[in-house]
Design a protein around this ligand. Structure first.
Ligand code: ATP
Length: 319
């Protein structure tokens, strides 16, 4: 039986065929996506197949996503089909500097309709780790479902990890995002975020001070990813990983960084849940993430453990 439960959105990303603003890009390639879906597939690729609770629409996109999840060996028990809703679509563009722009088609879509109380006690008793994301906090009932699952997972003694995935396009204003992240963080044990996510949530600082400032809001452990500069982590006195660590990342020529943060999350969770410390979790997470940036697509590029090992043996780290 899986030891980890991942919950949240599965959606279709429309990725631009060339750089430019969403006002002008004409052709897109569709890819399965959604941060929690990427994390779930990443864990499965690493041999740590999780439960994945998600909800897709009763449309051809939903059928395609279910097939994709099946093809990555994720168990189907918690994959819900919603005949009364559409699947979320996300159009993405980026300029020459890779700064991204999003437009979400997510009005009352299936993933927003994930219901509180879906995950039963028996399942929470059997898993030791629950991973959640910030996108399902953007509207109800998935907001209530996410908050409730975080709280109950804690009561069952699970380690709760959370990625805020700040997407300003999904929120009425920054204050609303900050309030919801502030509400869930006391239930979170392990926070994974970028400095931009944290800034959106009103958490500022540099380096390990930033991670400590995040830990002041509730999590005992915070991992901060820094793009091409790798990642750092802090665990407080309450953390089983009471330590500080950083890793400079691996030197690669990225072709597609979509889902790199999710690949990092999968690697870091697999390492920490497998008994490794912060330093190894960062090195492994960075290696999984860097590997995925060298191929197109968020899910198809996720490596297995052997591939990660080879990559680490042959790739230099950053400065
Ligand atoms: P966002 O989704 O907001 O763009 P992200 O979630 O992709 O950000 P990043 O911090 O940009 O998060 O990247 C996550 C991880 O991916 C990094 O910690 C690093 O391991 C890897 N990575 C990203 N870009 C590069 C790069 N140019 N070279 C090597 N590794 C990279």
């Amino acid at each position: 039986d899986p030891n980890i439960l991942v919950a949240g959105e599965t959606l279709i990303d429309f990725l631009p065929d060339r750089p430019g603003s969403l006002r002008e890009v004409e052709t897109f390639t569709r890819r399965p996506g959604g941060a929690p879906a990427n994390v779930a597939v990443g864990l499965a690729a690493l041999g740590e197949v999780p439960w994945f609770w998600t909800r897709v629409g009763g449309d051809p996109f939903g059928e395609d996503l279910i097939e994709t999840l099946e093809s990555h060996d994720l168990p189907q028990r918690l994959v819900e089909r919603d005949p009364d809703a559409k699947t979320t679509l996300a159009f993405v563009s980026h300029d020459e500097e890779a700064d991204r722009e999003f437009s979400f088609y997510r009005d009352r879509t299936a993933d927003t309709r994930m219901e509180p109380g879906t995950i039963d006690d028996a399942l929470l008793e059997r898993v030791s780790w629950v991973h959640l994301g910030g996108v399902t906090l953007a509207s109800d009932p998935s907001r209530a479902a996410t908050l409730e699952l975080a709280e109950r997972a804690g009561e069952f003694g699970c380690t709760v990890s959370f990625d805020p995935n700040a997407r300003p396009e999904l929120w009425d204003d920054r204050e609303e995002f900050e309030a919801l992240v502030g509400e869930i963080l006391p239930q979170v044990d392990v926070l994974k975020a970028t400095p931009e996510d944290l800034a959106e949530a009103g958490i500022e600082g540099e380096g390990t001070d930033l991670a400590r400032a995040a830990c002041d809001r509730g999590p005992h452990t915070t991992l901060v990813t820094l793009g091409g500069e790798g990642a750092l982590a802090v665990g407080t006195d309450e953390s089983p990983w009471n330590d500080e660590a950083s890793h400079p990342g691996y030197r690669v020529d990225p072709v597609d960084t979509t889902g790199a943060g999710d690949a990092f999350t999968a690697g870091a969770i697999a390492a920490l849940a497998g008994g490794e410390g912060l330093a190894e979790a960062l090195a492994f997470g960075n290696a999984v993430a860097a590997t995925t940036t060298t191929a197109e697509g968020a899910m198809t590029a996720l490596p297995d453990g052997e591939r990660v090992e080879r990559f680490r043996a042959e790739t230099p780290t950053g400065e």
